[in-house]
Write a protein that binds this ligand. Structure first.
Ligand code: FAD
Length: 279
């Protein structure tokens, strides 16, 4: 069982618990992106197994009236085993998404995987004319060119600041530079795309900037935040009429995910502790 301290960030261990969580969030107009926890498989079997789990998850979501979709990780679908394995498994999940009308996102992992992830996304997005979305990281110096390349690719793009420690040769490492690159990324997205823009950030300044760019260019956008982070802001934005999607992980591999949230921001532990002791 997930201890109360971690349950702020993780939707449960089973799909049933994750669906229950999604239903509660949907009541406040917050839509949910479900992620089965799992990554960096070095053998094919667990990657195939998670792909199969995603296929049935997508079918189950399609059979409900939930506002929910899924997000997969490349290394969970076999990228560390081989690019072909990842493409095959990613294709299976996207095909299931098309069949059941459930959107499929792909997270972005460290910079050694960016090229292969982008190639697989572009191929599937063009083949299916959308139905699939990709995360792009503002901290990577290559992202401006990647956004140029992806400008006319169907589907959605989620812009995040980037969660991985990268070499300064290929990435901005100073917070101010990353923020600047994020703003530039938003400008590129809003000026070139008609919609399908996801602002994957908890940063009030970036969300305000996205609203300004939307007013200027008209392109449709959504805000995405992690489960357990600024939950009040998620509800407030949804109440204002902004489309809000909450990324909610679930599954039995919750410990390392919880540890990552705490390491990245000490306040997360404080919030979680407060939730447990009720202050
Ligand atoms: P930060 O730059 O960390 O903080 C800016 C401001 O936001 C803070 O000053 C504060 O006002 C507010 N804020 C941030 N965190 C909190 C908090 N815990 N509590 C209260 N206020 C807070 N990264 C990847 O590399 N690959 C991915 O696939 C990926 N997917 C993601 C999906 C989603 C939906 C989200 C939200 C993030 C994802 N990330 C991913 C992580 C992302 O790259 C950042 O590491 C993470 O979002 C932190 O950056 P930030 O923009 O939220 O704000």
């Amino acid at each position: 069982m997930i201890p109360p301290i971690a349950s702020r960030f993780v939707a449960g261990e089973t799909p049933a618990a994750a669906f229950e969580h999604a239903r509660r969030e949907n009541e406040d107009d917050v839509k949910v992106i479900l992620n089965l926890l799992g990554e960096h498989y070095h053998e094919r079997a667990p990657a195939d197994e998670d792909a199969a789990t995603y296929e049935s998850l997508v079918a189950d979501i399609g059979g409900t009236d939930l506002d929910a979709c899924v997000s997969v990780k490349p290394s969970q679908l076999g990228l560390d085993v081989g690019e072909g394995v990842f493409r095959e498994n990613f294709g299976r999940v996207v095909e299931a998404g098309r069949e059941h009308d459930v959107f499929v996102w792909c997270d972005m992992e460290d910079a050694t995987t960016t090229g292969a992830t982008l190639d697989a996304f572009e191929e599937l997005a063009r083949e299916h004319d959308g139905g699939v979305g990709l995360c792009v990281q503002a901290n990577l110096r290559r992202t401006r060119e990647d956004l140029d390349r992806l400008a006319d690719v169907p589907g959605k793009l989620r812009l995040v600041k980037g969660a991985y420690d990268e070499d300064p040769e290929i990435a901005y490492t100073d917070k101010a530079d990353v923020n600047e690159a994020y703003r530039e990324g938003l400008e590129l997205l809003f000026s070139r795309r008609e919609g399908g823009i996801a602002v994957g950030s908890h940063d009030p300044a970036m969300i305000s900037y996205a609203k300004e760019l939307h007013a200027e260019h008209g392109a449709g956008f959504e805000v995405q935040m992690l489960m357990g982070v600024r939950p009040d802001a998620q509800r407030e934005l949804a109440a204002e009429g902004v489309e809000v999607w909450q990324y909610a992980p679930y599954g039995d591999k919750w410990l390392s995910y919880f540890y990552r949230r705490v390491r990245e921001r000490k306040e997360n532990l404080l919030f979680a502790l407060r939730a447990v002791v009720g202050v």
